[in-house]
Design a protein around this ligand. Structure first.
Ligand SMILES: NC(=O)C1=CN([C@@H]2O[C@H](COP(=O)(O)OP(=O)(O)OC[C@H]3O[C@@H](n4cnc5c(N)ncnc54)[C@H](OP(=O)(O)O)[C@@H]3O)[C@@H](O)[C@H]2O)C=CC1
Ligand SMILES: O=C(O)C1=N[C@H](C(=O)O)C[C@H](O)C1
Length: 275
């Protein structure tokens, strides 16, 4: 049951794989209140968000109109939050809309370009509205990234393999991109070439980030979300690996982010910054 001081939350993408987990997590968190659920899937329009998520009736129908849902959240006594797990093509506009309404975005959707993130940061700054962009909400991935930063001080060669379910729209994963960015923050030049390489099949060596790190993306049914960071040096290989077996692993990070975004006045990128 919602109380006067609970945080009003709009879930965008409420019928998706992540959105359903988020609806369940909000329903079982006393200081959060689901005020609106949005999804473009026509099969769920008007259905109860709790029933679609499998946690019982919440009396919140799924709408297909983000703008009116954001407006609804502005009518609440407390500042509102939008949690977005939708589609890479839509996320930029969704975040701009939420900020324009003064609703704090917590963004799980991946696929924003560095330029788009910069632009959203300027927009959030100007409006003094907190915004969190979190490529990966799991604590295990933050720990893997911290271990990779340590290892990168001692290894000059590194490649990343990310493995996901075959419903994933974007490649490489947002997590793999962020991992490469974190490694580059030491200012190191990775993977000095030892031979001139020829790719006989385009893409054989994966994608090359601006940091000089190769990312290989695998998409198969049966996978959820997995990542390996592999360091190599003469005579040794050091592998860091994270495996997701259930999307509930992301929920503590999502709940933390919903609470933390209300303390911010600007855009913050990465779960490690708010832990
Ligand atoms: N940051 C993190 O920790 C994680 C991030 N993700 C990211 O979250 C995103 C969603 O993933 P996932 O839940 O697996 O995807 P799904 O496809 O399962 O869910 C997305 C849902 O959003 C709906 N949708 C699409 N566009 C819109 C829109 N403009 N407005 C409202 N609803 C919309 C879809 O409807 P329809 O099916 O009709 O298109 C679908 O129901 C991806 O970018 C993924 O990479 C995923 C896991 C963890
Ligand atoms: O689509 C997914 O499933 C995931 N997407 C995020 C990403 O692109 O990094 C996070 C996690 O890997 C699951």
């Amino acid at each position: 049951m919602a109380n006067q001081s609970s945080i009003p939350v709009v879930v965008n993408g409420a019928a998706g794989k992540m959105g359903r987990e988020v609806v369940k997590a909000i329903a079982s968190t006393p200081d959060l209140n689901l005020v609106a659920a949005v999804d473009l899937n026509p099969n769920v329009l008007g259905k109860d968000a709790g029933e679609v998520a499998g946690c019982g009736t919440l009396e919140v129908p799924i709408l297909n109109d983000l703008q009116s849902s954001l407006l609804l959240a502005t009518q609440e006594k407390q500042l509102g939050v939008m949690v977005d797990f939708t589609h890479p093509d839509k996320i930029y506009d969704n975040v701009r809309s939420a900020i324009a309404y003064g609703i704090r975005p917590v963004v799980g959707t991946t696929g924003l370009s560095p330029e788009q993130i910069q632009d959203l940061a300027a927009f959030a700054d100007k409006a003094s509205v907190g915004c969190l962009i979190i490529p990966n909400f799991s604590i295990g991935m933050v720990l893997l990234q911290q271990a990779a930063i340590q290892a990168s001080k001692y290894f000059d060669h590194v490649e990343i393999i990310e493995l996901h379910h075959n419903q994933k729209a974007d490649a490489p994963s947002g997590t793999a991109i962020q991992t490469a960015e974190l490694l580059s923050e030491l200012g190191k030049n990775f993977n000095p070439p030892s031979v001139t390489e020829t790719e006989h099949l385009a893409g054989a060596r994966g994608s090359l980030t601006s940091e000089g790190i190769r990312i290989h993306s695998i998409r198969l049914p049966g996978l959820i979300a997995h990542q390996e960071v592999i360091f190599g040096a003469p005579g040794q290989i050091y592998t860091l690996r994270h495996d997701t077996s259930d999307r509930s692993c992301y929920m503590p990070g999502v709940i933390l982010s919903v609470r933390k975004v209300l303390e911010l006045q600007s855009l913050v990128y990465g779960l490690e910054k708010i832990l």
